[in-house]
Each structure stands twice: as C-alpha cells, then as structure tokens.
Write a protein that binds this ligand. Sequence first.
Ligand SMILES: *Cc1c(COP(=O)(O)O)cnc(C)c1O
Length: 411
Amino acid sequence: MPPPMTREECLARDASDPLASLRPQFVIPEGVIYLDGNSLGPPVRASATRAAALVTDEWGAHLIGGWERDGWIDSGARLGGRIAPLIGARPDDVLVCDSTTVNLFKLLHVGVALRPNRSVLLASDDDFPTDRYLVEAVAAQRGYTVRWAPPRNWHGATLKDVAVGVLSHVNFRTGLIADMEAITRALHDAGALALWDLSHSVGALPLDLGACDVDMAVGCTYKFLCGGPGAPAFAMVGAHLHAGVHTPIPGWLGHARPFAFAAQYEPAPGIGWAVTGTPTIASHVLLDAALDVVGSVAVTATRHKAMELGALFVDIVEGELPGVFTLHSPREPELRGNHVSLGHPDGFAIVQALIARGVVGDFREPDVLRFGFAPLYLSYVDVHDAAIALVDVMRTEEWRDPRFSRRGTVT
Ligand SMILES: *Cc1c(COP(=O)(O)O)cnc(C)c1O
C-alpha cells in the first residue's frame, strides 16, 4: 500500500480540486475542521439572506397571502421535486414534510395496509433507534410481530409472512452500505414491500430508487443536504402504490380539497396525502437555499472525493497509530457511506479532546468515534490535519484530562 499523501501533496491536490470552489458557499467558523456534517450539515451562505427575505419580503409583505403569492402551499411538493433527482425517484412521488420519524410511522402503516394477510415487519436490530422503535410501535398497533435479522440474512425463511422490510441504506454506526437492489428484489420475490431510510445516503451516494424498484423511502435533509436543524424530511411512495394508500395521520392539509373543510377525510391523490398539517415554511426556505448549492454538483464527483478523504484519514491514523483503534467501518471505501467509525473504549473523551482542538466529530455509544467526510466543504489538507490532530491527542494522552469526560445531553 502506498503511504498516505503528505501535507504538501494534499495542498497540491486541493489546488486542482474542482469542488474546492464550493467551500466559500458554506458558513463554518474559523479554525474549525467540521467532520460532523453527517449529523448536522453547516449552513450555506445564502441561508441567512433567504431566511430574512422570508420574514421581510414574503410574510412581512403579504401576510396570509404568502400561502398563494409566495408559493408556500406547494413548498413540500416543490422541494420533493428537487430531492427526487438526488434519489432517482419520480418528482411526483416525493414530498418534503414532517420529520423522518413521523414519515416512517406513516409509511410503515401504509405498507402494512397494502400487504394484508401477513404478520411480520422485518428490520435489523443494529439500525437507527427511531427505525427500531417505530417498527415495534407499528407492529404492536397492527397486531404484527417484528422479526430482527441482519440484512445479509434477508432471504429464505427470514422473509416468510413479511409485509414490509425497513432498513437504513447506510448504517448510522458503521457506515456499511446495504445492497439496495438485491434486498429490494428479495423482498419483492417474497411478496413484501421495501421501505428504505436514506438519511445517511441522500446527498452522499448516487441513488437510483427507480432502477432498484423501491416501493417507499424516507430520509432526512439536515445531514448531507445541509437543510438546518429540524429541517423537514422527505417521503417517497412509488406510483404503483398510490391507489391503495390509507394514511394513519389523515391531516386536513392532506385532504383532496382542504379548503372545502369537508366533514369526511378524503386523501389527496399521489403523495399529497402525506402532508399531515401546515408545513414549517421557515425550514423549507432554508432547505431550498441549501439545495441550490448541494444539488448543483454531480453526486458521482462528490462521492469520489468523499471516498478519497475517508481513505486518507484512515490511512494516516492507522499508519501512525497501528492497533490503537478498531475500524468499525468496512475497510473498502466503496462499501461504506461518507463517514468512518473508529472504535476505542475511551472514544467519548477522545472526541471531546479533538473538539477542543477545533476538529469536530461525534461519539456514538458504546465506543464509536464517528467522522463524516462531506466533500463540498472539506479539503484534503483539512482531513490530513484532522488525522494528525487525532494522532497527537492519542500520543499526548490529552484526552485523559477530566474535563473531556463530562457529558452533555447531545453527543
Ligand atoms: C438521522 C436519522 C434519522 C432522524 O430522524 P428524525 O426524525 O429527523 O430525528 C432517522 N433515521 C436515520 C437512519 C437517521 O440517521
């Protein structure tokens, strides 16, 4: 294996990197190397002006008229149409609304109703907590059981009686990418529906839900899409399922004619029913501004750089500190998403010591140091310096300082 790039080689690489020109579009504090864009992406420069314009030029100027004049009422569908090409879905099948958690609840119920006479929801017990909790809750509400199995076992008897299989495309802890096409096909062959959580994939990996014949999907927009804290999520339901939908949250704005104020609920066609209530327009505006930047470059190019950044980080850390960390992520960059997870029993304190040096990653129980490599605002030299900072934190043992073991609410 060739040695990792030196600092000088990284600088040269940055000088010829076509993505480097995007960096000034993002707001990142001076002196910070941000490796947590897989949890909460930074703002784009235009976020502040767009938010101010909403208040001054739209809401402040048109008051309630903004719902029509400024297009707020169609914002979820419009943003869904902007997410669609990022995930390889039809624009009419995607809606931006609610949180990922609420969308999972809706689509799990929809999926169960579309596959009656079955008894099982299939999920993986190392999936993100919200996915696990929602599967259990919906199963209990519908009288189903949950079958837990790692995705590599999603074949044969594991698929018997399954109504819906739900899975994160990129595992939040390890970064392992699941084989969307093969798993979806196996579910279909067993008569089940596939519901994918794209939270760690959208904006990071090339996705083609259409080619993979995916039935339903959800995902969040505040990670690699930089929509901002609490940015609305998206829901995708394939056109082949639209006719049979029964929503568990029949909200007034998802009615076929909301302003008829009818006594009976009647779902809006297509994916329109997935609107549960009044959309969070201030957050929609921030997402729209972010998509102008994040959606402006081909994900194949950004993915290539992200794989190189992740490999550079791993190679430096393992080369300088052999045996100190366990690599929880797949070693091959092609098999993992745009984050890398290292295991160490003192991971929490190590991450805190790094943050004190301006290198921001995060910690996930029980022992995972997580580093995200968002290629739009990180340079090769950033990643080089972050790896050297980690090496230094370990060599000096500065993480042993008791102030790095104090825990807040958010890790
Ligand atoms: C981040 C994330 C979520 C977030 O759900 P919210 O409802 O937005 O809090 C859901 N699922 C996965 C896999 C995630 O990584």
